[in-house]
Design a protein around this ligand. Structure first.
Ligand SMILES: Nc1ncnc2c1ncn2[C@@H]1O[C@H](COP(=O)(O)OP(=O)(O)OP(=O)(O)O)[C@@H](O)[C@H]1O
Ligand SMILES: [Mg+2]
Length: 251
């Protein structure tokens, strides 16, 4: 299974979400081995991973892979090799500064594409102008990818009303782009938990004596577990409908 965090707009939480879901308890109990794959030449996650391993922090079932190239064949070969040894691949895709090659590749090969997006007209316009044309192109070539694209409402108020948010996205999203029934809230803890290669769980442990920080860390860990569960539910749903379609085609 391959999931990707994709958004041509920069700074929308893709890397933070990729590392946090790859290390979530839910993904680590649902999958035997998880590969966190960064296609971003900037290497945000590579630096984070290097710090983590240099400090001897536990990596559990997660392995890390950085693929930097300007050729889609290199990505394809890299992902194929990683897929032979891993049950789940979580891909972090760069924002728009590096062009759309990575985005196109990720949308084409992933079982599920998660698009972190704010409830803002800016994000809506950026999605319509940059990312949706790529999704449309892919759906034209491979209609089987319908149901693989989901927006994750992001940087919302932690207590925002979910129905209102879902309603907002249901109104603005084009055909074949759904909305996950969960949110990725705006919390200051996401800006600093990952120093020195830490995960949310490491951070929660390190601040366990501080009531306020500990509460923030646990809330964030709760968000991520919920996002991970929503993702696996969608993967199962897509898997079941793909199987049904296959059976119908076979007659
Ligand atoms: N839920 C959140 N609440 C508040 N700040 C966040 C949240 N998620 C991420 N951030 C912060 O927002 C910034 C951008 O996050 P991140 O690097 O994950 O985005 P990105 O989409 O990967 O960016 P790029 O497009 O440059 O790769 C970082 O400073 C990060 O710490
Ligand atoms: Mg990033």
């Amino acid at each position: 299974m391959i999931i990707s965090f994709v958004q041509t707009k920069g700074g929308t939480g893709k890397s933070t979400l990729a590392l946090s879901t790859a290390f979530s308890n839910h993904m680590n109990s649902a999958f035997g081995s998880v590969a966190l794959v960064e296609l971003d030449p900037q290497g945000t996650l590579r630096n984070w991973w290097n710090e983590r391993t240099e400090l001897g922090r536990d990596t559990g079932r997660v392995s890390f892979h950085h693929i930097s190239s300007s050729q889609k064949e290199v990505f394809a070969d890299g992902i194929k090799a990683i897929a032979t040894h891993n049950d789940l691949i979580v891909m972090d895709i760069p924002g728009e500064s590096t062009g759309k090659l990575h985005t196109r590749f990720a949308c084409a090969v992933s079982d599920l594409v998660i698009i972190p997006m704010r409830t803002s007209t800016n994000d809506e316009a950026a999605f319509a102008d940059n990312l949706y044309p790529i999704i449309k192109e892919i759906l034209k070539v491979d209609p089987g990818k319908k149901g693989c694209f989901y927006v994750l409402p992001s940087f919302t108020h932690p207590k925002a009303n979910r129905d209102t948010i879902m309603g907002y996205f249901t109104d603005i999203l084009p055909p074949h782009v759904g909305c996950l029934r969960t949110i990725y809230p705006d919390r200051s803890v996401y800006e600093n938990f990952n120093r020195e290669g830490a995960t949310l769980a490491d951070y929660a442990y390190s601040v366990r004596e501080n009531k306020r920080h500990s509460k923030q860390a646990l809330s964030a860990a709760g968000d991520v577990e919920e996002i991970a569960r929503a993702i696996t539910q969608m993967l199962e749903k897509e898997h079941v409908s793909a199987k049904k379609e296959e059976a119908t085609l076979r007659g």
